[in-house]
Structure formats: C-alpha cells, structure tokens
Design a protein around this ligand. Structure first.
Ligand SMILES: Cc1ncc(COP(=O)(O)O)c(C=O)c1O
Length: 400
C-alpha cells in the first residue's frame, strides 16, 4: 500500500539532507549518500499530499486562521497513540521544536542560567542554549547493558543555584533510548526537589519499535505537571521537517502565559498555513502510513546493525528502541577516530553525523540515518563493507 522502497530523486529540490551535503561535508551529492540529518527519504502520507494539493489548487494562500482544528487533531493523536489526555488550551504552536526550546528558555530563565543536557544528546540543544546565552550543564549518560541510563546522583551533586531548566530528549537522540516510567519519575523528582523546569522533547515519540513503548513524561509524573513543558510535533513522525511546526504543551497557565508572551514578542503568533495544513492532515490521516513505516524502519535497523558490525569488526551499533538514527561506537575497531571518519566520508562517500557533535561521550562514534529506501541503504552498506575491508582481512589473519 505504501512503497517505501521507491527511490525519489531529491537532489536539486532544496532538500537539506542532499543539497547541503557538499557544503557541510565536502561530499558531492552526485555520488555521495547522506545519512546525517534526521530527515527520511520517503514520500509523505497520501493524506498530507492531498491536503497540500488542495491548498495549491485553490490558489489562495493568505494568512492562516487558527480555528482550533489543528490543536484538536493533536489532542486526538496523542490520546489515540499514547493514551495521553491533553487539552487544546494547554497547546502553544511554535515554528518547530528547536525554536520552541529557545522561546521556553527566554520565558523561564535568564542569561547565564544553567540548562541541564544529557549528552551525548541532540546537538541543537547545545546550540540553542548557547545562542540564548545560557550555560550548558552536562549530565553524562552512562551506558549500561547496551542502553543509556541517567546518573541522577551525579547530577544532583553538580546542580547550582543558577540551574533552572532540564532538557530531556524522550526517546533519546542519539541512542534511541526509550525511558521507562521509573526513570522519568526519578528525573521528575529531582526537578521538583531543585525547583527546575523540565522540558520533555518528545518529537521522536511516535518512532518507537515493537517491543518498546513510549511513556510521556506527563503520564509518568503528573505530580510535576506544573513544572513540565512537553514538546511534540508531526514533523519527525511524518517527515515534514520543512513544515516547521511544533507544539509546546503545559498545564501551568503561568508558564504558558510567559511562553505565549515570548511567542508574541517575536511575532510568531501567526502560523505558517502550509505547515499547519500538512501537520493537521498527518495527524488526521497518517496512522496507517506510520503503522506501515515502523516495521520497514525496524528491518532497516536490523539490516544496518548486522552489516555494520560485520563490516567493521569491533564496531558496535547501539540497539535502538526508537528513532531511525543508528548510533555506532567504532572505538573497538582499534582505528583512530579520524581514520574512521575518513573511511566513511572519503572511501564510502557517506555523510554521517560526527559523534562529537552530540557533546561529551561521542568521540569515535558516528550517527547514521537509515530512514531511506532499501536500495539506497544496501548501497551504503556495500560501500561501508569496502571501506573497512582491510580490517576484516586483518581480523581473519589474526584468528588463524
Ligand atoms: C530531539 C529533537 N528535537 C528537535 C528536533 C528538530 O525539531 P524542529 O525541526 O521542529 O526544530 C530534532 C531533529 O532531529 C530532534 O532530534
């Protein structure tokens, strides 16, 4: 019903994943394979294309009137997919999650205040904190039995009177960790004890594979709802990142008023119509597409993990419970980080995200986006096999 194997030519279409590759990595897109930014190479759900086509065919593209249907579609989606009951009045649309994070920082903290991040973590967290002249307080994740865990005792000891906000990524990017309700409750308790605002970025919440289940922070710890802001979007789930629409959700009217004041002060209270139409259509019509996408992505994950670990003996791909961003530790290969990076970029002509971008704990790791049609993934894996072929030969010799 949905052809995720279909390769769609995206070069020359303003697709950042392809058309920014040369500028950012030096790899020519005519021959290179982009596996960096979290953007999928699949066609959007048909209901999204139909809604946008109807808008285009009408031919009038004036200011968007928010009649409440967008928030209602979000409320329905969260209730259906995550058993999460929210009210439309708790929702503030923003032009994407990262801009929402910046607006939240402006609403609840001052320059010089500290914001907790759990590295390795989504790099834009660091960027938006620094751009808003706040300071990053790194709470290093620890790997235990193949998944990340938070060391909250260590974090407690490092909090200062200037620590105001915690940025949680749930599920976590990179690493695809789906946090348990207990883990979320423990973090919530720390936030309550130290009077911190908890920002739970749940943009990846729909991209969770069979066997794991996303728990919204609001569900795990309703007792801290007054200090919680949840960020959600249709854009990651349905590959509509260019739509630039997200939502900040909070039950606390004082927090919401402060956030809405920042939104208003930046002139962002009037929304991008194309983005609102596309994302509403996605929530209303995209469920069957998503249900078909998830097993496709899970097969890509399994294929990628098996072949990268065989291609580069000693490499280890963290088992993802969610997201489509393979997180690979090359330190066991015995190769230096710049050698690994050069093999991937120059021999395989693949643009993967460099681990250090995600903060401490990312050295000699690379993040690979495998949300691409299988023919492209197969080609990427063949190239990676070639790029590390000498390593396998040496491993075979050593075992004789
Ligand atoms: C955790 C996380 N938050 C936010 C974003 C980006 O959100 P937006 O494009 O809405 O700013 C991403 C994109 O990869 C992400 O991984």
């Amino acid at each position: 019903m949905f052809d995720f194997d279909r390769v769609i030519e995206r070069r020359g279409t303003h697709a950042s994943k392809w058309d920014n590759m040369k500028k950012l990595s030096g790899i020519d897109p005519s021959d290179g394979i982009p596996m960096w930014v979290a953007d999928m190479d699949f066609a959007a759900p048909p209901g999204v294309s139909a809604a946008l086509t109807a808008e285009v065919e009408r031919g009038t593209h004036g200011y968007y009137a928010d009649t409440g249907s967008w928030a209602a579609a979000l409320v329905d989606w969260l209730a259906r997919r995550h058993d999460l009951k929210i009210e439309p009045g708790w929702v503030s649309p923003t032009p994407g999650i990262v801009s929402g994070l910046g607006l939240i920082l402006q609403a609840v903290s001052e320059p010089g205040d500290e914001v907790v991040v759990f590295p390795p973590a989504y790099h834009a967290f660091r960027r938006i904190i620094a751009a808003n002249e706040r300071r990053i307080l790194d709470a290093q994740l620890v790997e235990r039995q193949g998944r990340y865990v938070m060391d909250l005792d260590a974090l407690r000891g490092r909090l200062t009177p200037r620590t105001r906000v915690v940025f949680l990524c749930s599920p976590h990017n990179p690493g695809g960790t789906v946090w348990s309700a207990d883990e979320l409750r423990a973090l919530a308790r720390l936030c309550a004890d130290h009077d911190l605002i908890l920002v739970s970025d749940e943009i990846h919440c729909d991209l969770v594979f069979a066997g794991a289940r996303h728990t919204p922070t609001f569900t795990a710890a309703p007792e801290i709802a007054d200090r919680l802001i949840t960020c959600v979007a249709a854009t990651k789930t349905f590959n509509l990142a260019g739509a630039h629409v997200g939502a900040c959700v909070t039950t606390n009217p004082v927090l919401k008023k402060r956030l809405d004041a920042r939104i208003g002060a930046s002139g962002l209270g009037s929304y991008n119509g194309f983005g609102m139409i596309a994302t509403e259509a996605a929530w209303r019509t995209g469920e069957a597409w998503l249900d078909a996408l998830l097993p496709y992505l899970a097969s890509n994950r399994d294929l990628f993990d098996a072949r990268i670990e065989a291609a580069a003996p000693g490499a280890r791909s963290m088992r993802l419970d969610g997201t489509y961003l393979a997180w690979v530790d090359f330190s066991g290969t015995g190769l230096a980080a710049d050698d690994v990076a050069a093999r991937v970029a120059r021999r395989a002509r693949i643009f993967a995200s460099p681990g250090p971008q995600f903060g401490p704990g990312g050295d000699n790791w690379l993040r690979f986006n495998f949300a691409t049609p299988r023919p492209i993934l197969e080609q990427a894996l063949s190239r990676l096999e070639e790029a590390f072929a000498d390593l396998r030969t040496a491993a075979v010799r050593a075992s004789r």
